[in-house]
Design a protein around this ligand. Structure first.
Ligand code: WT7
Length: 649
């Protein structure tokens, strides 16, 4: 924690929607006084309702909260159609390919593309309201068209990150019982083509029997296998589709999409989001946190396979009528100046990325930003993990020339949009702190019983009132929803949403996120459950026991450290390679571990419980504070330490 304070640039404050902390507190206090009234005001102002709602918030079946009861709308209309009159010729999506190819798609063109896509889904694939469609897509405009087309006809999309393996894809298809998979032959990364379609083929060989058809968008034109009667080429079918397509009238609470994320047990959770509440907050946070203006060119570097890509590349920016940049490649190719070159070329005004990316760009090209004209930048965003002061200062001073606001946005797949963040024109910033909850969001640090911890003491980061863009349930598993989020903490005797993160207040009431308190590892801002990793490794015939731990990593934030106990008589020449192959095939390359150490046994209590804290201390090279004498075999600790030491050599 630092007490350095950076005050907002007065020029930004002057133009901002929320100009001062006084205004912030006024808003937040008005929400506290009349919570429903607060949300009603914005819902009425922002959403194009097709039929009015009868009630703002229904708490009768808590924690299955409902928002804007009986209201009717269409999210695609909210993001596309309603802009046509005013912004038809404005660029909606500015696409830059890995190799520098550029496509500018206006709102009018977006409308036509999405309508054709929606017609294709309905006419050729029989997709109807409520059907699940899995997207396994690269970062190309067609991915956004597909999402919006689903929203238009009321189909529920589930985007699976392109880095996940066939096995992981199959699991997600099966959990959602998807009827259709939309994919691409592949795309380009670092100047070279890579493939996606073969992964879909493999997934469907392994299972995913609910899938009737596969739609393939051609991007890199590499050779692919087509299964007759199952696989179809988008580029052929789309040509003769009409650019007119009426949108489905959706209820506020109909599901909009599912997005799978890791939790503390083995199976990923299908986080279910709604229509009205989600899109309302996506748009409001674009306006408050990014203070998006009509002429702005906004760029978020996330992948559409994550919630950041959903809310802050597609839905939020388009609902706000903005120009959103979509980038196929990586910011370090062909060199560490690529991102800054793009900022200069497109006159980017808001740039939103993850601390990992900032650290990589810093490391690879400390002075690189100075070679480009970055004067268009006004607001810099960060998300995914706490940002360290070194990365923060470089971002602020070198990328932002000391003139930009840095918005450190804390939120989660489950929250749908930003929860805690500075407001660029109002909040005095302390580097590394996400500062204060946004207006209307009752984020609080409490203990299990709802008491506020002392300054500097870690507590549970909770959201003590329902909010419009919150997770509605875990797809097909209401019980797990309650157990995961509403069974840890209570306030005034009522269960409240617990995020899984720890956090503390400083003496000025600033919020400092300390990281996950559950068994979730955050690698480069991506969530992985230790249980999920362990389940994958345990399936292997060579391995008797496994424990996965997160350890601090200078670039990635955290990296994965795995202990394995081999079965008796098993000899493995290269344990690390072997285990990482399993992880790559069961989950994906993002789940590969930096450290894998074979040990003779795990430290267990007499009742057989693995003492993860001891393993964590050893992996992190920290002193062991627990009493080891109560272990079933206290000697194992020294043996493990020795194995770790040998492995480090
Ligand atoms: C977890 C959510 C939401 C977008 C990306 C990740 C961590 C997120 C911050 C931040 C400190 C952060 C938390 C959270 N996290 N933003 N600004 N400061 N930690 O989404 O995969 O759902 O992960 O990311 O631990 O719980 P996600």
């Amino acid at each position: 924690m630092t007490n350095e304070v950076y005050y907002p640039n007065p020029k930004l404050s002057k133009e901002a929607r929320i100009k001062s902390m006084d205004e912030y507190w006024q808003l937040q206090n008005s929400a506290k006084k009349d919570y429903e009234g607060f949300w009603k005001k914005y819902a009425d102002e922002k959403i194009e309702w097709l039929a009015p709602y009868s009630k703002v918030l229904d708490e009768s079946n808590a924690p299955f909260y409902k928002w804007f009861i009986d209201g009717k709308l269409n999210v695609c209309n909210q993001c596309v159609d309603r802009h046509l009159e005013k912004r038809g010729d404005k660029v909606a999506i500015l696409f830059e390919g890995d190799r520098g190819d550029i496509r500018k798609i206006t709102y009018k063109e977006l409308s036509q593309e999405v309508n054709r896509f929606a017609n294709l889904l309905k006419e050729d694939f029989g997709i109807k309201k409520g059907d699940r469609v899995v997207l396994y897509m690269p970062m190309i405009p067609e991915a956004a068209f597909a999402m919006l087309a689903c929203a238009r006809i009321g189909a529920i999309h589930s985007v699976v990150f392109g880095g996940f393996s066939a096995e992981a894809l199959k699991d997600r298809i099966e959990d959602a019982k998807a009827k259709l998979v939309i994919t691409a032959d592949g795309a380009y990364r670092k100047g070279k083509p890579y493939m996606l379609k073969p992964v879909v083929d493999e997934a469907l060989e392994q299972g995913g029997d609910s899938v009737e058809k596969v739609l393939v968008v051609k991007r890199n034109n590499e050779e692919i296998n087509l299964v007759e009667g199952r696989d179809y080429i988008y580029n052929d079918l789309i040509k003769d589709k009409s650019t007119e397509c009426e949108f489905e009238v959706m209820d506020s609470e109909d599901p909009l999409f599912l997005l799978y994320t890791s939790g503390s047990t083995g199976k990923p959770k299908g986080v279910q989001h709604s229509q009205a509440g989600y899109i309302l907050w996506a748009q409001m946070t674009m306006e408050w946190v990014f203070d998006i203006k009509e002429e702005d060119v906004y760029w978020c570097t996330a992948d559409i396979g994550w919630i950041t890509g959903h809310t802050y590349i597609v839905y939020g920016p388009l609902a706000a009528g903005a120009t959103t940049v979509m980038f196929e490649g990586v910011p370090t190719y062909p060199d560490a100046g690529r991102a800054w070159k793009m900022v200069e070329a497109h006159k980017i005004t808001q740039f939103y990325t993850a601390p990992t990316a900032i650290r990589v760009l810093h490391k690879m090209g400390e002075d690189e930003p100075k070679k480009y004209d970055l004067s268009s930048l006004k607001i810099l965003g960060t998300v995914g993990e706490p940002i360290d002061p070194i990365a923060w200062k470089w971002y602020y001073e070198v990328v932002g020339r000391g003139e930009c606001a840095i918005v450190d946005t804390w939120w989660q797949t489950e929250t749908g949009g930003h929860m805690i963040s500075p407001l660029p024109g109002a909040t005095p910033i302390k580097p590394g702190s996400a500062t204060f909850p946004l207006p209307g969001i009752m984020a609080e640090i409490i203990d299990e019983n709802g008491n506020k911890p002392k300054v500097g003491e870690t507590g549970l980061l909770c959201i003590t009132k329902p909010w419009p863009s919150m997770i509605r349930t875990i797809w097909g598993d209401d019980e797990r929803f309650i157990k995961s989020y509403f069974s840890t903490a209570k306030k005034d005797g009522k269960p409240v949403y617990f995020s899984g993160d720890g956090a503390m207040y400083d003496e000025d009431g600033y919020i400092w996120i300390t990281g996950r308190v559950d068994d979730v590892i955050n690698v480069s801002g991506h969530r992985l459950g230790t249980a999920e990793i362990e389940a994958a490794v345990k399936e292997d015939s060579h391995i008797a026991e496994v424990a996965a731990i997160g350890v601090p990593h200078p670039i990635k934030g955290e990296s994965i450290f795995i202990y394995v106990v081999l079965k008796d008589e098993v000899e493995l020449e290269n344990v690390k390679e072997h285990v990482n192959e399993i992880l790559a095939s069961e989950i994906g390359n993002i789940a590969k571990a930096d450290d894998i150490v074979a040990v003779p046994g795990l430290p267990k209590t007499r009742s057989g419980k693995v003492m993860r804290r001891i393993l964590r201390s050893i992996a992190r090279g920290e002193e062991i504070k627990q009493d080891v004498s109560t272990l079933e075999d206290p000697g194992v600790v020294e043996e493990i330490k020795k194995c770790v030491k040998d492995a480090k050599k």
